[in-house]
Structure formats: structure tokens, C-alpha cells
Design a protein around this ligand. Structure first.
Ligand SMILES: Cc1ncc(COP(=O)(O)O)c(C=O)c1O
Length: 395
């Protein structure tokens, strides 16, 4: 264990099982550790580093903004946040934005917005229906929204107002809908839950149900948005439009940001009802603007779609070769490989030793979420390392 890792053990609350590597530098799809070892990064900051590490367009925008204006309060207008808001609205089906600092905070705000809508339009309805195996964040309310016992049980009792129902079941949503329901909140496809895809027609039937009942549909696109699944937003692939959408992760290339977007009719906050000291910070928004503009102008979503297909087909070939691979699934560059046994951690270690960083999303599943600018040569390199690691675990 290196000196830095010993110091971490001494000073940090042990909330995360870290991989024993201390990263000091990144460029494109590669990172380097403090011994100078190079790795191909298929973790991508947990689906954050959309343009790769230290993309020059983002670095330039951040450096320029840091020299100009780092922070003011939201009492005043600042230009980068307005520019980013315009770009988000003009390229999505939503009309208004609110900027915060993380995905969890964006979802928390989206639920507050839905509750305000419930007060105005639904006789005070406040409950939000969410799905099992979802992930919406780590605050107490978002733990209650997250339909996974392992995140909820340590913190019970949880805030009220969240009903977790079976994923991919419109009947379960219908059964859970009461006069107290103000919204349904879903990830278009579940990331942390193991890369679970919606069944054909599921999201469209949820949309239709919300319309029929006058309830809001909140889509959490924190992991799926901004090109990750092959279109700018995943909702485009399922023929649905949310009333409220949340974004975070890939928007500002690693600077902390969270966004609530809403259709005009759902945009019901009035001054003082929600806020943030750092939200909309000029540096973060300059990074977000540079990132999103580059994604749009260079069809990075198209690259994610093509490279995602290429990756999935390579993983499919490995599935044919190794009988203990039971499934390969995903959209764009959000892909999982599942095994008949709990071998994900040993594969993460075997790949690490060969210079590839991977994420274990479940004990029996790996998740692939590299930067969206990845090339086919880099995908080949990763597949080659994974092939060798898979050969090592045996049948
Ligand atoms: C779909 C989804 N929602 C919310 C979050 C929470 O975001 P953050 O960690 O930025 O608070 C995540 C993080 O993984 C996520 O994947």
C-alpha cells in the first residue's frame, strides 16, 4: 500500500472500497498512477468523463473562467449559466432549468418541484412512485426513492412519500397510484442497478398513464443523458418526453453540477422556494457549456452509439467463447456483462494488473462506461485485456 493510501485509511471515513491505485494524471481515455503506470479507463469517473480526461476545450474554458470570475451569488446574473441553460433547453424537450451541484441534489429538487406541483394542481398530492433496483442518490429522501434495501436499511426510518414498485411493470405503477401520487420517477434505463433495460413499450405506457391521471413523469437521466446511450438524451429512443428531467454526471466533464429541467407547465417554483449557494457557479457552467457544445457539434452521441455497438459485439464474441458469461446488455456506452458466478471483483483485479480500469456493478456483473470519445482501437485494446482476464478465471 502506498503512502497516500495509508494516509487515506488514517483520515477517511471508510465509505468506499477503493481500488489500490492512486491516479495522478489523465489524458483522453487514459490515466496514469503515481508510479507512472498507464491504464485504459473504462470507469470514466463513473460515467462522468464524457470527453475523456482533461479535454483541451474544457480545460481552456475552465482556465479562462477561473481568471475572469470564479463565483458570485445567485443574487446576480452571470453569463456562463445563462449560456448553458439556453443550450440545454434548445436541445431538449424541456423549457426551464435549475442548477445545483450533484445528481442527488438534482433529484431531490425534482421531487420538491413535483410536490409543489401537487400542492398547486393535485390537492396536495406528494407521493412519488419509483422502481425497485433504481438508484437516485444518497440524501435521506433519495435513499427512500432508491428502490434497493441495501441503501435503505441502514438509515431507516426514511422520509415518507416514496413508493418503490417492481421495475418494468406498468401494472405495479397503476396499482400504486393513489390520490396522493404527484409523480412517477424512473431512470430510462437503470445504471447502478446493473444496467437494466426497459421492456418494449414500458416507458411509453408509463407516460400514457401519467397523462391519463394528470401526474408528472420525472426521468432521471443523470447516468443516461448527454450522449451516453447513443442519443443526447435516452428518452429520445423510447418515444417519450418527461415533464421533469434531471442531469448531472457527464455535463461538466468532472466539475460538480446537477440540473433540474422542467416543461413550462411543471415549472412551478417561485422565488425563495428552492436555491443553492454554488449551483450555477460560473466555472462549473463554463465547463458544462464547453462540454455540451462539443458533444452537440461533434455528434459525440453518434460516436457513443457506434462505439457502443462495437463494444457490445466484441463482448458478445467473448460471451460465445466463455460459457460462464450469461448476458451482455446495454445502450451506447453504458454496457454490462453478467456472469453465472460472483467473479466480477476478481476480473476487475485481473484487468487492473493488465492496465484496464473496470467497474464491478454487482458481484456477478461488470459495467463498461468509458469516455464517449473512445476509438475502436481503444475498444479493441480493452477487449483483448478482458479476454486474457476471462481466460484466467477458468470455466
Ligand atoms: C441515475 C442516477 N441518479 C442519481 C445519481 C446520484 O448522483 P450523484 O452521485 O452526483 O449525487 C446517480 C449516481 O450514480 C445515478 O446514476
Amino acid at each position: 500500500m502506498s503512502e497516500w493510501q495509508e494516509l487515506e485509511q488514517k483520515y477517511f471515513m471508510p465509505t468506499v472500497e477503493r481500488t489500490p491505485v492512486t491516479l495522478v494524471r489523465g489524458q483522453g481515455v487514459r490515466v496514469w498512477d503515481d508510479d507512472g503506470r498507464e491504464y485504459l479507463d473504462f470507469v470514466g469517473g463513473w460515467a462522468v468523463d464524457s470527453l475523456g480526461h482533461c479535454h483541451p476545450v474544457v480545460a481552456e474554458a475552465v482556465m479562462e473562467q477561473v481568471k475572469t470570475l470564479i463565483h458570485t451569488s445567485n443574487q446576480f446574473y452571470t453569463i456562463p449559466q445563462v449560456q448553458l441553460a439556453e443550450l440545454l433547453v434548445e436541445n431538449s424537450c424541456l423549457d426551464k432549468v435549475f442548477f445545483g451541484n450533484s445528481g442527488t441534489e438534482a433529484n431531490e429538487g425534482a421531487v420538491k418541484l413535483a410536490r409543489r406541483y401537487g400542492k398547486h394542481h393535485l390537492n396536495g398530492a406528494y407521493e412519488v412512485i419509483t422502481a425497485n433496483a433504481s438508484f437516485h442518490g444518497r440524501t435521506l429522501a433519495m435513499v427512500a426513492a432508491t428502490g434497493q434495501a441495501k441503501f435503505q436499511e441502514p438509515y431507516a426510518p426514511l422520509p415518507v412519500g416514496f413508493i418503490n414498485v417492481e421495475y418494468n411493470s406498468i401494472e405495479a405503477i397503476k396499482a400504486a397510484t393513489t390520490s396522493q401520487t404527484c409523480a412517477v420517477m424512473l431512470e430510462p434505463l437503470q445504471g447502478e442497478g446493473g444496467v437494466n433495460l426497459p421492456d418494449e413499450g414500458y416507458l411509453a405506457s408509463v407516460r400514457a398513464w401519467c397523462d391519463q391521471k394528470g401526474r408528472l413523469l420525472i426521468l432521471d437521466e443523470i447516468q443516461t443523458g448527454l450522449g451516453r446511450t447513443g442519443t443526447l438524451f435516452a428518452y429520445e429512443q423510447y418515444d417519450v418526453e418527461p415533464d421533469i428531467m434531471t442531469l448531472a454526471k457527464g455535463l461538466a466533464s468532472g466539475l460538480p453540477i446537477g440540473v433540474i429541467l422542467a416543461k413550462d407547465r411543471a415549472s412551478v417554483f417561485t422565488p425563495g422556494e428552492h436555491g443553492s449557494t454554488f449551483g450555477g457557479n460560473p466555472v462549473t457552467c463554463a465547463a458544462g457549456y464547453a462540454t455540451l457544445k462539443f458533444i452537440i457539434e461533434n455528434d459525440i452521441a453518434g460516436n457513443a452509439r457506434r462505439m457502443g455497438e462495437y463494444l457490445a459485439s466484441g463482448l458478445g464474441t467473448l460471451k460465445d467463447k466463455f460459457p460462464f458469461i450469461t448476458d451482455v446488455r446495454g445502450r451506447g456506452l453504458l454496457v454490462a456483462m453478467e456472469f453465472s458466478r460472483d467473479i466480477a471483483q476478481s476480473l476487475v483485479t485481473a484487468c487492473l494488473d493488465r492496465g484496464l480500469l473496470l467497474n464491478r456493478v454487482k458481484p456477478n456483473a461488470l459495467r463498461f462506461m468509458p469516455p464517449l470519445v473512445i476509438s475502436d482501437g481503444e475498444v479493441d485494446e480493452a477487449l483483448d485485456i478482458l479476454d486474457k482476464a476471462l481466460s484466467g478465471v477458468g470455466n
